[in-house]
Design a protein. Structure first.
Ligand SMILES: *[C@@H]1O[C@H](CO)[C@@H](O)[C@H](O)[C@H]1NC(C)=O
Ligand SMILES: *[C@@H]1O[C@H](CO)[C@@H](O)[C@H](O)[C@H]1NC(C)=O
Ligand SMILES: *[C@@H]1O[C@H](CO)[C@@H](O)[C@H](O)[C@H]1NC(C)=O
Ligand SMILES: *[C@@H]1O[C@H](CO)[C@@H](O)[C@H](O)[C@H]1NC(C)=O
Ligand SMILES: *[C@@H]1O[C@H](CO)[C@@H](O)[C@H](O)[C@H]1NC(C)=O
Length: 468
């Protein structure tokens, strides 16, 4: 099958360019296509700057798996392929014997889905970008895909273009960057299974489904994050990933701002593409030379909503703040996941976590957004102290997650200079007094505050001016 045409060029225009021996130019630069469809060329693309500055995004897993909302968003696979008793019994106990996964489609009503309400909650979380599962491994697009007839959110279930509604609401009501997740493979798509049984010598599925759908998705919704996932064990050459990414970076409507991740084919993860995700809930434990993202989920056991989840299954706000601080101190972004319900609501527990994070970031965001890593990521002597910096302004931030009983916080790494160094607690006006420690480091005298005077809960940040 032919490659879909770049969006702005009609066929005669393209032919003319080809006849003239030119590649379609980037408007404004007049330059030829900058990126070749090779990893060498694509991997050299600098990541658009907004992404590293953003630090915090919200991941949203929503789809037909939100209808059973039981166990995991991998429900279909665990039930019918793995035949895990928990899932098999759930179906036996609750549905007629001939009930198929496809029968969940019409039950995905999204009855109370209000994209404006979502956008307002997402904005309140302090996130700077969101990533919605436009299609998970079940193959159900949340938009009216032309390549998934009768198995998409416009023709089935909600009968609404979920992707469009959220895109409009987010772009209209917030300053968040709008991003989309897309699963390359589909567990049970007949063409994928046929290709797989040819050891991926055949490329029927990418040609008929995945590639046209990806071009459609980018042209229609212009995502600024394109979060690929689910290589199905097939190499990037099977998915034609480098051709697609060259188009994305050279020609697509988001060529200047889009960021992508590293899940573009077997063997790509942590190696090729845009930023690295490496693994779910990734934490390198040391500085990486490459930008990375920690994607994790508030529900410890699932990305999709689970009706059976109890309160202890959800990470606490203290644990989430720790994840954010630790991730940013090591140079990563945090992509924190919620799973909306079948009705299209963000459950009260997820909404609370999001709003709590926003409350914390309102005071301490200065120590997170637009920061860089520092010489040290955490204090080597005092536990639960994490460092970030803004080198241009000569600022170091020490974020501490335990308020010391003594009221004195020992910072082992920053060296202070009398008459030059200033220490402030974010959200608290007056500079704090400090003393130098021998042979290195400093001790900061924290203010005596009642619980009602605390600038924030769950963690605090010291702003250190002129330390080395
Ligand atoms: C959707 O949410 C917005 C924001 O909260 C609200 O103003 C609007 O009335 C809601 N729309 C409906 C149909 O409930
Ligand atoms: C965007 O928001 C404005 C003001 O809130 C509203 O009048 C307009 O209809 C919205 N546009 C869309 C496409 O929703
Ligand atoms: C995939 O890439 C190959 C080699 O570049 C090309 O021949 C083929 O047409 C591409 N397929 C699609 C669907 O783009
Ligand atoms: C804190 O820093 C020390 C020394 O750099 C390191 O060995 C330790 O693993 C770090 N702790 C955490 C939780 O990252
Ligand atoms: C901090 O001071 C100690 C003691 O003078 C010194 O050994 C260390 O190199 C200093 N650190 C920096 C980054 O200057």
């Amino acid at each position: 099958m032919r490659c879909p045409l770049p969006p702005r060029l009609a066929l005669p225009g393209l032919l003319l360019l080809l006849l003239l021996g030119l590649r379609p130019a980037r408007p404004g630069t007049g330059a030829a296509a900058r990126f070749q469809p090779t990893w060498e060329s694509l991997d050299a693309r600098p990541l658009p700057e907004w992404y590293d500055r953003a630090k915090f995004g919200v991941f949203i897993h929503w789809g037909v798996f939100s209808v059973p909302s039981f166990g995991s968003e991998w429900f279909w696979w665990y039930w019918q392929n793995q035949k895990i008793p928990k899932y098999v019994n759930f179906m036996k106990d609750n549905y007629p014997p001939d009930f198929k996964y496809e029968d969940f489609g019409p039950l995905f009503t999204a009855k109370f889905f209000n994209a404006s309400q979502w956008a307002d909650i997402l904005q309140a979380s302090g996130a700077k970008y969101i990533v919605l599962t436009s299609k998970h491994h079940e193959g159900f697009p949340l938009w009216g895909s032309e390549y998934s007839w009768n198995w998409n959110a416009v023709d089935e279930g909600p009968k609404r273009d979920i992707v469009k509604e959220l895109e409009v609401a987010v772009r209209n009501r917030t300053n968040l960057h709008f991003g989309l997740y897309y699963s390359l493979f589909e567990w049970f798509h007949p063409l994928f299974l046929e290709d797989k049984s040819s050891s991926f010598q055949k490329q029927k599925f990418p040609a008929a489904k995945m590639l046209p759908e990806l071009y459609e998705l980018v042209n229609k919704y212009q995502p600024e994050v394109l979060w690929a996932d689910g290589d199905g064990g097939a190499p990037a050459s099977y998915w034609n990933s480098t051709d697609f990414l060259a188009w994305l970076y050279n020609e697509s409507p988001v060529r200047d701002t889009v960021v992508t991740n590293d899940r573009w084919g077997d063997g790509c993860i942590c190696k090729h593409g845009g930023y690295y995700t490496c693994a779910d809930r990734y934490h390198p434990g040391h500085l990486l030379l490459h930008k990375w993202e920690n994607c994790m989920t508030i529900d410890k056991f699932s990305w999709g909503y689970r009706r059976e989840a109890g309160i202890t299954d959800y990470l606490t706000i203290e644990e989430l703040v720790k994840q954010l601080v630790e991730t940013v101190a090591y140079g990563g972004n945090l992509l924190m996941n919620i799973g909306p319900t079948v009705d299209g609501t963000i459950s009260a527990i997820f909404e609370e976590r999001l709003r709590q994070m926003g409350t914390w970031l309102k005071v301490n965001g200065e120590a997170i957004y637009e920061t860089q890593t520092w010489r040290f990521q955490n204090d080597t002597v005092t536990p639960n102290v994490w460092y970030t910096s803004k080198s241009k302004e000569k600022l170091v931030y020490a974020i501490f997650l335990k308020w010391p009983i003594s009221g004195q916080l020992v910072l082992t790494q920053p060296n202070a200079t009398a008459g030059e160094t200033e220490v402030k607690l974010l959200g608290h006006g007056q500079p704090l007094s400090w003393t130098s420690l021998k042979p290195n480091g400093m001790m900061v005298q924290l203010p005596q505050l009642s619980i009602h005077q605390m600038p924030s809960s769950w963690g605090w940040a010291l702003k250190l001016t002129n330390v080395i």
